[in-house]
Design a protein. Sequence first.
Length: 394
Amino acid sequence: MGITLSIRNAKGTSLSATAWTELVSAIHAGNCQAVIAVTGGGSKAISQLLEVPGGSRTLLEAVVPYSQSALEDWLGGAVEQACSEPTARAMAMAAWMRARRLAPAADPHSLLGVGATASLASDRPKQGQHRVHVGVQTATVTSSFTLPLTKGARDRKKEEWLAAKLVLTVLGEAAAVDVTEARQALLEQLHDHEPLELRHKNADAAWTAILLGQRDCAPHAANVRAIFPGAYNPPHAGHLRMARCAADRLGEPVAYELSLTNVDKPPLDFLEIAQRLDALRTLDSEAMVLVTDAPTFRQKSALAPGCTFVVGADTLVRIADPRYYEGGQQGLATALAEIAARGCRFLVFGRQLGGHFQTLRDLAIPDSLRRLCDEVPAAEFREDVSSTELRTQK
């Protein structure tokens, strides 16, 4: 897990505009290239980067996905809260992946993804706390910074200023620039009860290798015969019961699987991976967990030929949905044929769908997929709890 630090303000002389310009110049003089995504506040950091000569050396792209639909399109999935620390981190990971696509010839260790999301003073009252979250992603590190702001202490312009300076400071630190003066100047502008909180996670070497496409799975899955893919956000007793029921039925140990990228969900960063791995191992002390970058079952089947995938009925419905495949129905047919050719099957557990508990026999799916499936009847297993419900109960 990451380490959480609380840094409080110290009083003194604020950093001059010239010194902020020098910070940006130092960032441009480095060898890092970045994609920056901001929503809700902090966009002035983009203009400040571009006002100082040399911005084209640093900035690959800057985006402002301001609406909920734009943000979800940027992340590749829905978010439960736009202004949150996990969302800032997910934005940063999406930005890093975008940087990799925009600069494929660059050293991936020189690429930075920065995501910022803020809730600041506006023309309508806000019930929650004013705050800024900034995430930064590299090939080896995930970091996040959270800054709560005292409501009513500043107008929108001053809150925007703080958000922008936090983004620039975080970017400078990630680019290995000396940000001592900038950080101090930022802290001097804060009031009491406005601690700047940091979370940080260095990746396991295998996670970086997976992110860079140098490895497809950790540990290797070639000899694994039963895999239970999931987001596990959070894992719960129903997951454990499914895994044990599947192990009894298949006569094989079941490995859990976490993919860095997912269909309809934001990408996972290193803090998120560590958190979910810890939770899984707390739930199941004997758990074997595979970390992959295999968002589709077509890709998962290539990692573990001959494997049985443990899935809920809701997942099977998505597997059968042509909109997830390039080429629609033909893409679906091709993917299912590949999964079958690799000797993979699905063990299907019932789930609540549309307000009703449904098992395999209730689902409208192609016969080519149904032939790859075995059903766990409701009399043998039924669990209505979901990770989504558990998150909303917090």
